[in-house]
Design a protein around this ligand. Structure first.
Ligand code: DI6
Ligand code: FE
Length: 426
């Protein structure tokens, strides 16, 4: 499906949308084993000898055993899954998918002995991607992000979050968000956008961090992000090499005033108690969290804020401190897993590999990891009423797998057992 839309050039997103809509009809996937992820069922919500039915609008109208399948009329298309497993379409709830250039050179420097923080402080790191992103046209940004998106979709991803944060000036930040929106219009995938203006301090504002925060928290900008539907949420990198908790608070106040939900990059390299701050604003998620403490985990639990764990970044920058999965588990925090796809700390375009890393490096159980790319990832995007479970009323986004048991999705490395991917019923 992705390949068939490739030939359609920019500006024809609506035509593609109509094309997709035209092929939708009542469909039934039968003879399947379901890992429904339904919160009303234990564990993965497994249903043996199961079936899923979608209406012509691409919504699920039935999930259950085949024996209970309602009559669908003669016009339904029936797909025999031959005993394969169906999960909800996967959700990558934390990416920086849209950016210019790459950072392979820094990778070489790191292998020569430099640390991620040293490179960042020397003007490399995020700022080198900022230079490349500012210099890139919207079309160039679209083309490079589209290839990464295709890799994720090929593994069953049906929803993705995409952040700005490599412009650090209003025009380029908005260009990144517009490119992300265009991906969502032209490709069969749900895109949620996040404004991450407070990702790093741009060179023009050296020594004036508060002045930069004034810019990215301006009420006019926040209103525009909300009113023109440019961003679905607002994020901040709260860290020694990013922004302080007080500056992060200003970002949250401005976003909240404009009615935009918030997220945070927190406790990645040190513990500034950013997660608890975000929780106090009812954040959708707090992400990274390697240095989170027990009080932080409690704060997330109380607020219902999802902990998004990013093993690709942990692996790639060779962190040694793992996020406190035991504390999160004990506190009852919903945990999600995402790629953090970005050129600096996690050049990862495989959510399946992130699942493997979440289990191998962070010791998440396969059940936790799989809920982390479905139900809990949906919650991290505020999409829990639309995606992340096989349940009547939700979008019919499916990933159908050639596997014998769900744990295989976490167990393998570099193998893609996807059989079919379904987005909104088609
Ligand atoms: N934390 C990260 O791991 C990425 N951004 C962030 O806030 C790194 C982004 C980069 O190095 O380009
Ligand atoms: Fe990130």
């Amino acid at each position: 499906m992705h390949a068939s839309t490739d030939s359609i050039s920019s500006g024809h997103g609506e035509r593609v949308e109509q094309g997709l809509r035209a092929v939708r009809q009542v469909r039934i996937w039968r003879n399947a084993r379901l890992a429904s992820m339904d919160a009303a069922l234990p564990g993965l919500g497994v249903i043996e000898k199961g079936a899923v039915m979608a209406d012509a609008a691409g919504r699920i109208v039935f999930v259950g055993t085949e024996a209970d399948l309602p009559a669908a009329g003669a016009r339904a298309e029936v797909i025999d899954c031959a005993g394969r497993w169906i999960t909800p379409g996967l959700i990558d709830c934390h990416t920086h998918l849209v950016f210019g250039g790459d950072r392979a050179h820094e990778f070489e420097m790191r292998l020569g002995g430099a640390s991620y923080e040293e490179i960042a402080r020397a003007g490399g790191g995020i700022l080198s991607t900022v230079r490349a992103t500012r210099a890139a046209s919207a079309d160039a940004l679209f083309t490079s992000a589209d290839r990464r998106l295709a890799a994720l979709m090929a593994e069953g991803v049906t929803s993705i979050e995409i952040k700005s944060g490599y412009g650090l000036e209003i025009d380029t930040e908005l260009r990144q968000l517009a490119v992300a929106r265009r991906l969502g219009r032209e490709r069969p995938v749900t895109v949620r956008t996040t404004f991450l203006g407070a990702h790093a301090l741009p060179p023009e504002f050296a020594g004036q961090t508060d002045g930069y925060i004034d810019l990215v928290t301006s009420p006019a900008l926040m209103r525009r992000l909300a009113d023109e539907n440019l961003a679905d949420a607002v994020d901040v990198f709260c860290e020694g090499i990013g922004f302080s908790p007080e500056q992060s608070r200003r970002v949250f106040e401005a976003a909240t005033a404009a009615g935009l939900p918030v997220k945070i990059h927190a406790e990645q390299l040190s513990n500034l108690h950013g997660a608890a701050l975000a929780a106090s604003f009812g954040a959708l998620s707090a992400d990274h969290l390697e240095h989170l403490d027990a009080a932080g985990a409690q704060a997330l639990a109380k607020a219902g804020t999802v902990a998004v764990l990013l093993p690709g970044a942990f692996y790639f920058i060779r962190e040694t401190r793992v996020p406190p999965v035991d504390l999160l588990r004990a506190a009852g925090v919903a945990m999600a897993v995402a790629t953090d796809c970005n050129p600096g700390s996690s050049p990862l375009t495989s959510l399946l590999l992130a699942l493997n890393m979440a289990s191998t490096l962070f010791r998440m159980t396969p059940e936790e990891a799989l809920l982390g790319v479905t139900r809990h990832a949906a919650k991290a995007l505020g999409l829990q009423a639309e995606a992340g479970m096989l349940k009547a009323g939700l979008w019919c986004d499916l990933a159908i797998w050639e596997i014998e048991r769900p744990a295989e999705l976490c167990y393998r490395m570099g193998f893609n057992p996807l059989w079919r991917r379904v987005w909104r019923g088609a």
